[in-house]
Design a binder for this molecule. Sequence first.
Ligand code: SRM
Ligand code: SF4
Length: 565
Amino acid sequence: MSETAVLAAPNDKPLTKNEQLKLAIPTLAGNLAATLNDPAAACFSTDDEQFLKFHGIYQQDDRDQRKIAKHYMWMIRGRIPGGVLSSSGYLVYDALATKYGNQTLRLTSRQSIQFHGVVKTGLGPLMRELNLAMMDTLAACGDVNRNVMAPVIPARSTAHRTLLADAKRVSEALLPQTKAYHSIWVEGVQLNLEDPANRDFVDPLYGKQYLPRKFKVAFALGPVNDVDLFANCLGFIGVEAGGDILGYNLTAGGGLGRSHGNAATYPRLADVIGFVTPEQLVPAARAVLTIHRDFGDRTDRKHARLKYILEERGAAWFRAELESRLGFALADAKPYAFTQQGDNFGWGDAADGSKYLGLYVESGRVKDLPNYRLKTALVAIAQQFGPEFRITPSQNLLLANVRPADAAAITALLTEHGIPVDRQTSALRRNSMSCPSMPTCGLGLAESERYLPKLMGELEGVLGEIGLSEQEIIIRMTGCPNGCARPYMAEIGFVGKGPGRYQLYLGGNESCTRLNRLYKDVVKEPEVVNELRPLLQRFQAERLGPERFGDWVERVLWKEQPATN
Ligand code: SRM
Ligand code: SF4
């Protein structure tokens, strides 16, 4: 089958509005450059909002100010495969956030960086300057492949280096080819939509309609599942031989987004499909993407992710379809094991003799506080020592390729700026994540990034009372059920239901290979700690040896009280 074939919609329902937009303007140019260049236009049209996403941009408004007036601002997300930036690249991000954004950089749960609070006059210059520095935001959002994730730890260097290079190869191979991105953001020119070359443009991989929905790829290497591999549409688990990568177990059909009150939407873990060699990697990635393209539901965006194809047609059907597109049979998956998730903090030694430093960044928000000047410190480190910046899948930072002779000076610089290197934060915070939600996210129902630190303080108090201060528990919070900080994989997950109200999910595991389950449908903010205290007390009393909280929930709590989902 040709790479660009699009099968008929699986039912007779009309195509969604987004599908019609993509068909009408397959270059994804919309009217973006014209609006950008028009000082009288306060914002982009609702149609253009959809096109903006393919360029890595979201039109937002400040939700704190909604009652007074709609205050438009833009969020811009970088494409940073594997989360790796050079020091000079990082300095560009920092300078642009300072000049055009809200003075913060937001490290994301997919190893990217977001600018928040960019005003319209800053949007064009920011995009141009980022691109002129040879970085881009193409396909960081939209119905295309998103930022490709890869492990950050350079400790076992050969295999990790290969993995990262392969992640970049896949990222490049899945990029859309439209020339609109360059035309709008670098040249500032509106594409002529009537020109047949633009009107009839067909992307060689995505076709005229792109994907029915977003598509996500991650690479992982056991025993560390730091990327939450099974939450991705397509995953590659590195299989090592002789210290390098022999090939990959291919996984498909993971995804977390759901909607309140819609049981037809649910989080799902990916299935392990088979094994591919490094040469088969890119063809396999493209073929999986085309299965999503051709079989995904284009009539209902809530049902359009690849995970629903896997759930409804099954892994055996999927493997046969993939093999038929590839023209060869896949080998069976090879043994693999994940035992842990999460980041390394403090100094570590890489196999090539260099050092790396893991830094905790609360909710991924790089900013300066009076006694904690992380933003300034990172700029100084980039300028003086030039390490590689690696954004972790848990919204933290790893400075890599540090010369051993520089380590002491970097520690001193951080200490001067109020940032400890040894004991950076509590065991609880080290394992936490939250999504941005208010005031930038238009979909947020409850606070997340602005509430989690307070809740963490309260829970640290409870754990201290019952003698568990050093206990690691993976806690994640999101302001709505879309799942951006992957709360459904956490040992304790909070999912916003409305202002000050959260669903409480319990029972994920240390390696983030198990979905948690709903424990309470509504917990009000003041009750969260009282809800958890007795459970944590019982966990302390009943745990078997070093058993984790999530495993205790699975072994004991779910036996007594069947989960509601
Ligand atoms: Fe997300 C939409 C932020 C990772 C599932 N996500 C959004 C938007 C763009 C809101 C919107 O559509 O208007 C959020 C912007 C908020 C803001 O103000 O910045 C947003 N998502 C994020 C980030 C920044 C959260 C973070 O704390 O880091 C992450 C950016 C990742 C990146 O760099 O590419 C982010 N989003 C995720 C993840 C986690 C992952 O991919 O590993 C998920 C769950 C996994 C998945 O996709 O199934 C996720 N985001 C969603 C969904 C639900 C999709 C679905 O299938 O239902 C939406 C809503 C949508 O797409 O309609 C969404
Ligand atoms: Fe927004 Fe919901 Fe994602 Fe949080 S989980 S960033 S509230 S879409």
